[in-house]
Design a binder for this molecule. Structure first.
Ligand SMILES: Cc1cc2nc3c(=O)[nH]c(=O)nc-3n(C[C@H](O)[C@H](O)[C@H](O)COP(=O)(O)OP(=O)(O)OC[C@H]3O[C@@H](n4cnc5c(N)ncnc54)[C@H](O)[C@@H]3O)c2cc1C
Length: 427
């Protein structure tokens, strides 16, 4: 991995103090070797440690270096594709299991924050904002759907009500989810890493897994050391590269960009988002935003297929922010950064097992803050021999992107262009 420092993000600049962890320079033995210290890896490690496993985490860069330390910080329930789509694709029984789990990730985050006293500016309340009557109709259907799975903290907002929670005239209505919310994502990851260590887990930074020797007792190699384990969990997501070639074919790293304004002051911040909820709109290529603990606006949007780093992020994102909040036209942008998430063709997570002892979860396709926390629990259950919930994910069908590794980027960009056009035309 070329650059292993945190990007120049607001999160890195406001991170809670954390130790610099050493690189692995020895041969160690463990029960579970976790590759990647993002939410998937850290959540897995925590659940395993709480259940008596010995755990070693290898991180190529630093804790939260990937999407987990860069994201919009929005706690969004369910998956990037909703349960009705899953139901049509895999049938009612599997959909029921997945639907029952769709709101668990947010609860896990709140439990972690409370149990390990993680300081990460946790706030309750997330809004889905509809730009068209058709999108509002989808939200109404989504509310009915989620209520079928016992998720009841939802309120539909008409045009007058949404104007009371977000000072943007572009929305025809929305839905408020009080079990959604937002966090400082890097501080959540750093707090979880500290929790892992408090339970006796070991995290090595600057320690990329460069090779996995498979077999009954698999070995993970880093440049200066190796870990022999009973199990391996692969949690490198969009930053994994080609370490596990089987996984690369059915997923594609994509970049998305975020900016943070200068602190707005209490009055202006309150005028934009009076209840401090986070907001995402209902477009396919969606915009999302929220306030930080120190009253900046964090605004994200747009996708770069194939995860190239765009040259001028502010020039891409600021106009979107001003479209939502023209009142910010004289406000300075203090930070702009990019990060990669992993897209699958179905937009559902890619979960499974290679042989008997290598487990993976990746590809939650944009909405991953809650899912990754659930994934850690489900992977830990599977390692303990309770695989029913793991199998519900592992049985989801996945297909390679059309065009293979060479052409998948232009093909996916064409698809996004089409959906982006539909968003613009209000279809
Ligand atoms: C800019 C951005 C905004 C987003 N906003 C939101 C949002 O608001 N809400 C939401 O729900 N989702 C959001 N997402 C998605 C969400 O952040 C991710 O789905 C989630 O964080 C993925 O977590 P992860 O642990 O699977 O992967 P990551 O956090 O990417 O972690 C993977 C880790 O593995 C390490 N690694 C990779 N390869 C190796 C190796 N060979 N050896 C050792 N370590 C390795 C990497 O360095 C990295 O630290 C956003 C994503 C981005 C990029």
């Amino acid at each position: 991995m070329a650059n292993t420092s945190y990007p120049a993000s607001y999160y890195a600049a406001s991170a809670n103090p954390a130790p610099s962890r050493p690189a692995l320079q020895a041969e160690v033995e463990t029960d579970v070797c976790v590759i990647g210290a993002g939410y998937t890896g850290l959540s897995s490690a925590l659940f395993l440690l709480e259940n008596g496993f010995k755990v070693t985490v290898l991180e190529a860069a630093k804790v939260g270096f990937g999407a987990s330390g860069r994201n919009g910080g929005q706690i969004v329930n369910s998956y990037s594709r909703d349960i009705d789509v899953i139901e049509r694709s895999v049938g009612p029984q599997q959909a029921q299991l997945l639907g029952n789990m769709a709101f668990e990730g947010g609860r896990i985050i709140r439990e972690r924050v409370a149990k390990y006293q993680i300081q990460c500016d946790l706030k309750d309340g997330g809004v889905f904002a509809a730009l068209t009557a058709k999108q509002m109709g989808h939200l109404e259907a989504q509310k009915r759907l989620w209520e079928r799975f016992g998720h009841t903290q939802l309120e539909l907002l008409d045009q007058r009500r949404i104007r009371e929670v977000v000072a943007c005239d572009g929305y025809v209505g929305g839905m408020l989810d009080m079990s959604g919310g937002h966090i400082h994502p890097l501080n959540l990851a750093l707090g979880e890493a500290a929790a892992v260590e408090s339970l006796g887990g070991t995290i090595y930074e600057q320690s990329p897994a460069v090779r996995i020797e498979r077999g009954a007792s698999p070995v993970v190699y880093t440049p200066q050391g190796k870990v022999r384990a009973k199990f391996i969990i692969v949690a490198g997501n969009a930053y994994l590269g080609n370490l596990v070639p089987e996984l690369a074919a059915k997923s594609m790293p994509c970049g998305t960009q975020v900016i943070a304004t200068e602190p707005l002051g209490d009055e202006l911040a309150h005028s934009l988002l009076p209840q401090d909820y986070c907001v995402e709109d209902c477009n396919y290529l969606l915009d999302y935003y929220r306030l930080t603990g120190d009253k900046r606006l964090i605004f994200g949007g747009g996708v770069v297929y194939g995860a190239r780093d765009p040259a001028n992020i502010e020039a891409i994102i600021r106009p979107k922010m001003l479209k939502a909040f023209a009142q910010l036209k004289n406000v300075k942008i203090d930070y702009a950064w990019t990060g990669n998430f992993l897209l699958t063709l179905s937009r559902l997570p890619q979960v499974g097992r290679l042989g008997d002892n290598i487990y993976y979860s990746q590809g939650c396709s944009g909405h991953g803050v809650t899912y990754t926390h659930l994934a850690g629990k489900v992977l830990a259950e599977a390692l303990r021999g309770q695989a029913e919930r793991f199998d519900a994910f592992a049985d989801l069908p996945h297909y390679p992107f059309p065009g293979g590794q060479l052409l998948r980027t232009p093909f996916a960009a064409m698809g996004a262009w089409y959906y982006g056009l539909r968003d613009k035309l209000g279809f």
